[in-house]
Design a binder for this molecule. Structure first.
Ligand code: BTN
Length: 241
């Protein structure tokens, strides 16, 4: 695995995307930065990580034999690779759809996957991972936590990062060679609040629903109070917790 270590960059996703546009970059190349000046999160949000304390890295994924409408498998593979890793150290780790990583009810990590399709139809993806490892101060961030806060001691960041990257390599290979069923089962095993009545919000409206499953294209299947089933798209609905 090719690893590029940076002391600072705007965003490891942006760095890797630019690099891959400029020259040949091999599958599973990883870029990690001690400090991101402009870390990006989902829905246009900023991703803030105390410099030097946490993991902020991106992995280039190429040559996936997936169709663009199967691309959510990659989100699932990344999320499961993180939960597989964290489950060695912490309990109650889950995936909040679509791809937040939680410890208990607190967010410990997030994933930002950016895909592009080349002229020949090849999909090139940059999977960005932000994982709170050794940050202790979450003032102003009441829903966030870190591995160190949960476990009561600091961790070696590189060990965690390499374990996630190894798991991702294994999960992608399994997806390509054995199909998606095992991955799908693992994703659902770790799915936060599955089968439990929960509040949701859509376009400012709050409602109760029960998560049934995630469809293979990444939509959330929810049973509503009137017993009908709704399918929500990736940015359509928010699970309130
Ligand atoms: C989220 O939960 O909103 C997703 C956060 C993703 C953050 C990571 S940190 C490494 C990579 N570079 C970025 O700019 N963002 C992702």
């Amino acid at each position: 695995m090719n690893i590029i270590k940076l002391s600072a960059t705007n965003s490891t996703n942006d760095y890797l995307k630019t690099l891959a546009a400029e020259r040949y970059v091999e599958h599973l190349t990883l870029v990690v930065a001690e400090h991101q000046l402009n870390g990006r999160g989902q829905r246009g949000a900023q991703w803030y990580a105390e410099p030097g304390k946490n993991l902020t890295f991106s992995i280039l994924i190429k040559d996936l034999l997936l169709d663009i409408n199967e691309i959510f498998y990659l989100n699932a593979a990344v999320a499961v690779s993180i939960t597989d890793t964290l489950a060695h150290y912490l309990s109650d780790i889950s995936i909040k759809w679509p791809n937040d990583i939680l410890a208990g009810n607190y967010k410990i990590g997030g994933i930002l996957i950016e895909n592009s399709i080349k002229n020949n139809g090849e999909i090139v993806s940059v999977a960005g991972i932000g994982l709170n490892v050794n940050q202790h101060n979450f003032e102003g961030l009441p829903k966030a936590t870190s591995m160190a806060v949960v476990a009561g001691h600091d961790f070696d960041k590189e060990t965690i990062m390499l374990a996630i990257a190894d798991n991702l390599k294994r999960n992608i290979a399994a997806l390509m060679h054995n199909g998606s069923n095992a991955l799908w089962e693992k994703y659902h095993d770790k799915l936060y609040r599955k089968g439990i009545p929960m509040p949701f919000e859509k376009e400012g409206q709050k409602f109760m629903g029960i998560i049934q499953e995630v469809s293979r294209t990444g939509n959330l299947k929810v049973t509503l109070e009137d017993d009908t089933t709704a399918l929500f798209g990736l940015k359509e609905v928010r699970l309130l917790y």
